[in-house]
Design a protein around this ligand. Structure first.
Ligand SMILES: Nc1nc2c(c(=O)[nH]1)N[C@H]1C(S)=C(S)[C@@H](COP(=O)(O)O)O[C@H]1N2
Ligand SMILES: [Mo]
Length: 210
């Protein structure tokens, strides 16, 4: 017997344009609020919340930059309907972070935290995708400030707002909670292949009450 369709959704490696998307030439900049200034001596990446050992795990910029580097070719789909195809992202796999700072067994979701309190929530399984990456590079070059330098999350199988730029850490959660855009009308899961754009499209079980 196969997996039910709803469980398979978004976890497969799919390519091409998801429904309702159009191809974007170049790389526009899309975000809410100002571009933060990178302060290397103040920067740290934190894993907190329900960690397996109950401790908070922190890396400064130098330590974080020394973690295992790999790359993923992935598309970026903005919910406002443009897509950028075939970027090569380089950085630290989300799974690497999960191995170095594992979640407690009852963790179900992850809140990804960025500068200025921006956040986005993910199901643990989405975060644990073998293609999810904390990117420092795109197409062999360091990210620019407006595209998220020094670090952004890329979750190829979800809409791009699920990948915060200027990311500073993750919080392991034992229940789901909405992030910044998920509280403001965007879908709690955000699978572009099934056009999960807005929260009014959510079905029971897709997310916490609004
Ligand atoms: N911190 C932060 N990250 C963010 C956003 C934001 O508002 N703040 N917007 C998201 C959205 S909606 C998109 S489409 C992508 C855009 O990335 P880009 O500007 O590098 O194209 O960043 C995502 N990451
Ligand atoms: Mo977006």
């Amino acid at each position: 017997m196969g997996q039910p369709e709803s469980r398979k959704r978004g976890t497969a490696e799919q390519s091409g344009l998801p429904p309702g998307q159009r191809l974007q030439r170049g790389w526009p900049v899309t975000h809410y609020g100002p571009v933060p200034k990178f302060k290397p001596d103040r920067w740290e990446f934190r894993v907190f919340g329900a960690t397996a050992d109950g401790d908070k795990h922190c890396w400064n910029h130098q330590e974080f930059s020394a973690l295992a580097f790999s790359s993923v070719v992935a598309d970026l789909h903005c919910v406002t309907k443009f897509s950028m195809l075939g970027a090569e992202w380089g950085g630290i796999p989300a799974r690497e972070i999960m191995e170095l700072a594992p979640p407690a067994p009852h963790v179900t979701h992850v809140m990804v935290w960025a500068e200025y309190g921006f956040s986005s929530n993910l199901r643990l399984a989405d975060f644990a995708s073998d293609r999810a990456l904390f990117a420092t590079h795109k197409d062999g070059e360091l990210l620019t400030a407006e595209h998220g330098f020094p670090l952004r999350l890329v979750v190829p199988h979800l809409y791009a707002w699920k990948g915060p730029k200027w990311v500073r850490g993750i919080e392991y959660m034992t229940a789901d909670r909405r992030g910044f855009w998920e509280e403001r009308g965007y879908h709690n899961i955000g699978d572009p292949w099934s056009e999960q754009r807005y929260s009014y499209q959510e079905e029971p079980g897709d997310g916490p009450e609004l």
